[in-house]
Design a protein around this ligand. Structure first.
Ligand SMILES: NC(=O)c1ccc[n+]([C@@H]2O[C@H](COP(=O)([O-])OP(=O)(O)OC[C@H]3O[C@@H](n4cnc5c(N)ncnc54)[C@H](OP(=O)(O)O)[C@@H]3O)[C@@H](O)[C@H]2O)c1
Length: 257
């Protein structure tokens, strides 16, 4: 079991949902947590709640769609702690809508945050992990990163893209003792889906209802026992298996009617 005491861990998307809960749990286990997200006031409030006190940890208001913000995030972490042990790529936005009605500006936002944002942060921390000859990059993908659903084209594009990027990265950095893991939760009880506007005729229902703490515990477990991937729960496992093993049946079940 890896000891988290003193490990420097960046959590993107730490102001809400899975990222917030994970940050609190990591601090409880002794880690030094760097909170990154756009909403500064919320991050400041979470910082005060982290075990070990605000002096131990750090929050850095960061929009991962902005190269300058990401550069500053990495610089400040290295300045204060001199190393980055773990990166948790968690920040993302949702999108639900048909491709035919898609707003291309919205498409740019989703890709710029979920995919390019993740790439930016990973690219920024990588030289430090390579120099250290150690590190762990943990990515919060989704069940929709390995099997699609109607109305989720942009979200799937961003998560499939992230998965491909990380698979390739894993093959480059193993020699530096850097691990890359993918976690695929099904629907989790957060504000994620509440932040989107739905076309009136699209019914968006969540098929599972995981608690954030379940995902945070899986993240902790992956830190302790690094694995390539975790498909969370029976629904995610079944959904992904069906898509890979029986693609025609998968399409018949999942398609819009
Ligand atoms: N909830 C689910 O059902 C579910 C299922 C599977 C996978 N996931 C994945 O789990 C991860 C976390 O989702 P969640 O449910 O916890 O969502 P959430 O509660 O909406 O939290 C998303 C976080 O991302 C941050 N964020 C958004 N845009 C950002 C940007 N440009 N720069 C930096 N931070 C940004 C938000 O903070 P600010 O607004 O303050 O920037 C927030 O802290 C996501 O990768 C999501 O795809 C979620």
């Amino acid at each position: 079991m890896a000891d988290l005491e003193g490990k420097v861990i960046i959590v993107t998307g730490a102001s809400d949902g899975i990222g917030r809960k994970t940050a609190l749990l990591l601090a409880k286990k002794g880690a030094i947590v760097v909170l990154a997200a756009r909403r500064k006031e919320i991050l400041a409030r979470i910082l005060k709640k982290l075990t070990g006190g605000p002096q131990k940890h750090l929050f850095i208001a960061t929009d991962i769609s902005k190269e300058g913000d990401v550069k500053r995030l990495v610089e400040e972490v290295i300045k204060k702690y001199g190393r980055i042990d773990i990166l948790i790529n968690n920040a993302a936005i949702s999108y639900v809508g048909r491709v035919k009605d898609m707003d291309i500006e919205k498409a740019e936002d989703v890709i710029n945050i979920n995919l390019l944002g993740t790439i930016r942060v990973t690219h920024g921390i990588l030289p430090h992990m390579i120099e250290q000859k150690s590190g762990h990059i943990i990515n919060i993908s989704s069940v929709l990163g390995k099997g699609a659903a109607p109305y989720r084209s942009l979200y799937c594009a961003s998560k499939y893209g992230m998965e491909g990027f990380m698979e390739s990265l894993r093959l480059e950095v193993g020699k530096y003792n850097i691990k890359v893991s993918m976690i695929r939760p099904p629907s989790v009880r957060t504000n994620f889906s509440k932040k989107i506007e739905l076309d009136s005729d699209i019914k968006h229902h969540e098929l599972t209802n995981f608690k954030v703490i379940s995902v945070a515990k899986v993240i902790l477990d992956v830190i302790k026992r690094p694995r390539r991937e975790v498909n969370m729960g029976i629904f995610a496992k079944g959904f992904i298996f069906l898509n890979i093993a029986f693609p025609a049946l998968f399409d018949a079940i999942v398609q819009e009617r």
